[in-house]
Design a protein around this ligand. Sequence first.
Ligand code: FES
Length: 106
Amino acid sequence: MTKITFIQPDGTEQVVEATVGMTVMETAKKHLIDGIEAECGGACACATCHVYVDEAWREKTGGPSEMEEDMLDFAFDVRPTSRLCCQIKVTEALDGLIVRVPEKQF
Ligand code: FES
């Protein structure tokens, strides 16, 4: 099991258990994390699963693919640490991952 911390814009933290092989978005939906809408169901086609990856984890999660970057153009308040969390696969190496949920998804 991999632990992931989701931090809401007001600072509220939720630590959840993620299953290796799922995506961070699927993990968020399973645990009813506020602010992760994921309207397209993980097809990299909606940008409503936007999160900010904690600086310390950027290297481990890697950056967005070209397709993801194109989609991020539609997200609200995109920053250098922005990712679409349906495109981040949970691995053991991501145990302890911290992501922040944006103020809104669009
Ligand atoms: S769930 Fe739609 S882009 Fe991630």
